[in-house]
Design a protein around this ligand. Structure first.
Ligand SMILES: Cc1ncc(COP(=O)(O)O)c(C=O)c1O
Length: 409
């Protein structure tokens, strides 16, 4: 009996649950979606105030700091604005450490505020060079640089920068600039220790490792960042909405958010933080991300051929546990993404910038387990076979093997 095609019909394989494997917004846990659907509460009294207190109390622990955590109603760009408004003023100079694109975009926002921005040039394929940072700061003998800005994980290149190494370079240069880290793609997915690593200000957002919809972001400020805020000139141009003045000592919940609290996001975050606690806290979450990232990396190693797929970040030590940018060589990555989405129901992140049609990104952050990651990798492999792409071996099999080897339960 033949097992070939039985019917000549227009056929699709794409029925079932869609899998969005982009590097944020990430998949929402059902409990988070339920929290988002609840009716509006009284914002002046009752359970919402308890939720707000709980979230604000738990906020510093997400960045592992005893500093202050601020909630910004807006995406990551809004948190950048809060950092800029409260720690810099026209006439200041900051050093932006390029590695990928996001620190550079933050730098553009800083420049728009009238602050002098210098970029320490980097690449799309590797981390910030700590030695180059040390040399640059050692040459700043008059201490004109007030802050150093860097992304821990750049979501475009998928590089993971070594923040303790960068802090050590600043210390070795004897420079006292503030260290400000964009942890939007890393906080909640990979180890981040604000206090232990000597980070003065950190930025996060709701829509990646923290498993909530986009629309709320965070700024964590340590003592030196708050001191800097207090030392800025009183008549500088400032944005009252993101200013720390009333947010540092709010009279009521209303002032903590410069207006109506983001009710749905607070409830969602409260639940997401419960889910993180139930998993065993952040260290357990980081470990899960390490294993799932290892599975993705094993797949790319297994697929790799000189004219086919390869890592964008060449050094394994600097690959992110949250997102992986894959170069596709001779393979049309837009066609690959199209087959995955239309035929299999898996949405991949497209490449960014000059490598747009020769790369794609796999988001492996947030509410994820092995079948979700293996499903994405299996769909990519099927699409590669369908497109007759060069393949050295089975990435899906290598990923499953890696997960099996790492399973401890
Ligand atoms: C590392 C990083 N920083 C900043 C941003 C900007 O955040 P948003 O798009 O929420 O404004 C992103 C967005 O993906 C990001 O990945």
């Amino acid at each position: 009996m033949s097992h070939g095609k039985l019917y000549v019909v227009a056929m699709t394989l794409n029925s079932g649950i869609d899998l969005v494997s982009i590097p944020g917004p990430t998949i929402l846990p059902d409990r988070v979606r339920e929290a988002l659907a609840r009716p509006m509460p009284n914002i002046y009294d009752g359970p919402l105030l308890e939720t707000s207190d709980r979230v604000l109390d738990r906020l510093p622990s997400i960045a592992r700091t005893s500093g202050h955590g601020f909630v910004v109603i807006g995406n990551g760009h809004a948190a950048w604005q809060m950092a800029i408004n409260n720690t810099m003023e026209p006439g200041d100079k900051v050093l932006v450490l390029e590695s990928g694109i996001f620190a550079a975009i933050w730098g553009n926002n800083v420049a728009a505020a009238g602050v002098d921005v210098e970029v320490l040039p980097g690449t799309m394929t590797g981390p910030v060079d700590a030695d180059a940072l040390q040399t640059r700061l050692a040459n700043d003998t008059v201490g004109s640089i007030v802050a150093v800005l860097v992304a821990q994980t750049d979501t475009a290149s998928s590089v993971h920068n070594d923040i303790p190494a960068l802090r050590a370079a600043m210390t070795a240069a004897g420079h006292d600039a503030l260290l400000m880290v964009d942890g939007i793609a890393s906080i909640g997915t990979e180890r981040f220790e604000m206090d232990e690593w000597g980070v003065d200000l950190a930025i996060g957002a709701s829509q990646k490792g923290l498993m909530c919809p986009p629309g709320v972001s965070f700024v964590w400020a340590g003592e030196r960042a708050i001191d800097r805020y207090r030392s800025l000139s009183v008549d500088r141009p400032r944005n009252a909405y993101v200013d720390w003045a009333q947010r540092l000592e709010p009279e009521a919940v209303y002032q903590s958010y410069s207006g109506t609290p983001p009710v749905t996001h607070l409830r969602a975050l409260d639940v997401a933080l419960d889910i993180i606690d139930e998993e065993g806290g952040l260290p357990a979450v980081w470990e899960r991300h390490r294993v799932l990232a290892g599975a993705v990396h094993a797949a790319i190693d297994a697929w790799h051929t000189p004219d086919g797929l390869s890592f964008n970040i060449t050094s394994p030590a600097h690959r992110s546990n949250a997102v992986t940018t894959v170069r596709t060589g001779t393979v049309d990555s837009l066609a690959l993404a199209r087959v995955c989405e239309r035929e299999y129901g898996v949405t991949l992140g497209i490449g960014i910038g000059a490598i747009r049609d020769r790369s794609f990104r796999i988001g492996h952050m947030g509410h994820l387990n092995p079948p979700m990651v293996l499903g994405t990798l299996g769909a990519i492999e099927a699409a590669l076979v369908h497109l007759d792409a060069p393949l050295a071996g089975s990435g899906a099999a290598a990923a499953a093997r890696y997960i099996g080897e790492q399973t401890t339960g």
